[in-house]
Design a protein around this ligand. Structure first.
Ligand SMILES: [Fe+2]
Length: 358
């Protein structure tokens, strides 16, 4: 919804809903979709502009079908934290228990796989212990990517789930003061962290994991497509496929998660980063699978349409990466528009705006 607001009442972060030109050609004071800043308020005052139109904060009902409920995710995470505790105590991973978590994740993803791209990825954000929640998130993301490639072949995709659940197990042997350090790591400390894929691989092997695909996922998840990763610095197709999958899932989750030393990125920003890093950090083929899975505009991305309406992405249809399903508010009604079916309506730009419900 658009409403008029007095310039003196504007707040940092309001989003302008019109383009205001000065008297000279090309003199743009503020553009439609721009965030209001202290500087732009000053500019508007200087030009004697008293009123402008802004996008009203909306409270969209974004109750889309989440792939997993928060309770389910917490359950996975708690179970995995128990596996980790036991691993530290016994020096062995309870592979059977991990397999049970993996089976549950798998079943749900296989059932959901269809015309719609993953509706929403509710992530575990609230829990304190990053390592377990991160491994659950990465397992889910890599399973979704694998499903995109292999369809519903459980016997294949479960290896990516197991790989995700176990990929950072080696961190159990990295001193906490290094892992939890909020300071920039010294080279020597980073060298220690770099060993976790190898530690993870060894403990998994020792615990009876024999499947090469799972072991590869753990061992090579920090190798980069351009050869600048660790631990072996392998390049392109020399990196086992499972490692290349895990790399994308791992980075996407890390970027979109809040950490003591960084804010979480919006999913849209993380997707853009993944695309930019194609052929640098990531295998371009897996970036393509990633876009097919999550779309260019993931669920909850806020956008401005060419109709100048503020909208929120609520779903993506397989094969329509740039034309998601969005919700707008018209006459107080929330309307869903499937942009893949509407050739006159398109996305003009993405905005970072906090919704009332956020
Ligand atoms: Fe890692």
């Amino acid at each position: 919804m658009i409403r008029w607001k007095q310039v003196s009442a504007l707040k940092d972060g309001d989003i302008c809903s019109e383009t205001i030109m000065g008297s000279a050609k090309d003199d743009i004071i503020i553009k439609n979709g721009d965030k209001i800043t202290h500087k732009s308020i000053q500019k508007l005052h200087q030009r004697g502009i008293d009123w402008i139109s802004v996008y009203e904060e909306e409270s969209f009902d974004t109750a889309v079908n989440d792939l997993f409920s928060e309770e389910k995710l917490e359950k996975f995470s708690t179970e995995l934290s128990k596996v980790c505790e036991e691993t530290l105590r016994d020096g062995r991973i309870n592979v059977e228990k991990t397999q049970q978590i993996s089976d549950e994740i798998n079943q749900e993803i296989i059932e959901e796989y269809g015309e719609y791209v993953v509706p929403s990825l509710v992530k575990l954000k609230k829990m304190d212990d990053y390592t377990f929640t991160h491994q659950v998130n990465v397992a889910i993301i890599s399973t979704i990517l694998a499903t995109e490639k292999y369809g519903k072949k459980k016997e294949i995709i479960e290896k990516f789930t197991m790989g995700g659940l176990l990929h950072d197990m080696g961190k159990l042997w990295i001193p906490e003061e290094i892992l939890k350090s909020n300071n920039r790591l010294k080279d020597a400390e980073f060298d220690i962290i770099k060993k976790h894929p190898e530690y993870g691989f060894k403990i998994a092997e020792l615990s009876g994991v024999q499947d090469t695909a799972i072991l590869n996922a753990i061992r090579y998840h920090h190798e980069r497509w351009d050869g600048k990763g660790y631990l072996q610095g392998l390049k392109e197709h020399d990196i086992p496929l499972e490692g290349r999958f895990l790399m994308v899932a791992d980075v996407f989750d890390a970027l979109t998660t809040k950490r003591p030393y960084k804010v979480e990125w919006e999913p849209y920003e993380a997707v853009s980063f993944i695309v930019k890093q194609s052929k640098k950090m990531f295998d371009p083929e897996i970036v393509r699978l990633f876009l097919l899975s999550f779309g260019l505009y993931p669920v909850n991305t806020k956008v401005i349409l060419n109709t100048d309406e503020l909208a929120i992405v609520v779903g993506n249809r397989r094969g329509s990466m740039t034309r998601p399903i969005v919700k707008v508010i018209r006459d107080d009604q929330q309307i869903e528009i499937d942009l893949s079916q509407e050739d006159k309506i398109s996305i003009k730009k993405v905005v970072k705006i906090r919704m009332l419900k956020d």
